[in-house]
Design a protein around this ligand. Sequence first.
Ligand code: UDX
Length: 442
Amino acid sequence: MKQICVVGVGYVGLITAAGFADLGNRVIALDISKEKIEGLKNGEMPIYEPGLEELVERNVKSGRLTFTTSYKEGLDEGTEFVFIAVGTPSGVDGEADLQYVEAAASDVARNMSGELVIINKSTVPVGTGDWVAGIVRRNQPEATPFSVVSCPEFLREGSAIFDFMNPHRTVLGSLDRDAADKVAQLHLPLRAPIVITDLRTAEMIKYASNAFLATKISFINEIANICEALGADVTEVATGMGYDERIGHHFLNAGLGYGGSCFPKDVLALAHMAEEKGKHPQLLHAVMDINADRRPMAVERVIQMLGGDVKGKTIGMLGLAFKPNTDDMRDAPSIDIATQLIAAGATVRGYDPVSMEVAAPLLPDVEMYTDPYSMAAGCDALMVNTEWNEFKQLNRRQLRESMKQPVIFDGRNIYDPDEMKELNFIYRGLGRGYNGANTAEK
Ligand code: UDX
């Protein structure tokens, strides 16, 4: 059992804190937001993540997990490890904004009460580990031994607890091998392969992994565009490809492309790092360009399905969050799509099982509904933005009977075109081949 402090109680920090507490460690989760910390002390989660409330509650009850806004308390003499898990949003021209990492590192330096292993959990540009070490050295009131270890996170929102407990691998980077070994010990109960390398390589593994996953998504979206033209069904193309173990089935779902707080930010930051060093990341730019095109393409598709003009038409959005099982609206395609449809004169309605509260202030001109059926009544078209499970078995006959026009644009290809045709919908997906074409065009 070790004593650990985790700085930052966001999507990554809170899972990391509760996860290590669940493994039997003593964990103090720290944030400068009094509101978040008071909320957590009262059992209120600052984010939506399936299973998180129960995980936190169990570990608070056991006394292993506590919350504080005080660095003195978080870094008392028993603490051996501190994870920095604060946000690193995109800054000017895509460069990662490290102000929160800098603040956390200097606060740690000023309050550490003994030897400490400082672990970068936040996604930080390659070379930041050295930079953090410099901040700590400059801000310590007196020289106290410490080491810096990069330990990138690979958590997917919506399955973050599962991903914490079942990592494909743990990546550790440090110039101090003993420090890396100590952090490796923390991860042993997870029984996953542990890659120990240097700081910069560990930081690059994170960026390269996310950039590759984003590349896979833009690749299948490019194939969807070609399928559209050639009459093949991209969902079946992806199935046929995925049996090749070198390709795999994951991350080959064509649709509205990626959003969220990671892929957009990380691909942009990696391209920026490359350009800073005089490299030309053509592939990364192509990945971003293909992804950016998905949203206007979806808008164009809906306008086309409604006869070329959406003025005065009502369009219902099934799903608003950037992906299912999260309330996160960061860079969600629904925001761009709703904005463009409203600009084209449409009335836009929205329903999402979880993210409505977060979405409402971001989509002030979208009429929010608390269920998909009341939203659909009177709509000229519906569009699937987020592939929530509950949309897959919607009573589509009931939907169709209440709609003004039976038009559905399936931005995540969750429906079967033949089935939609039998239900007399005018159905379009993205790259769904002949049988996905708009029946009205026949
Ligand atoms: C991602 C990485 O998966 C994770 O390892 C990293 O730590 C953080 O970033 P996350 O962004 O939470 O996780 O979700 P993910 O499930 O990866 O989806 C990312 C985006 O890609 C979503 O917008 C999703 O809709 C989209 N996506 C995903 C596709 O469009 N097609 C796919 O096949 C898979």
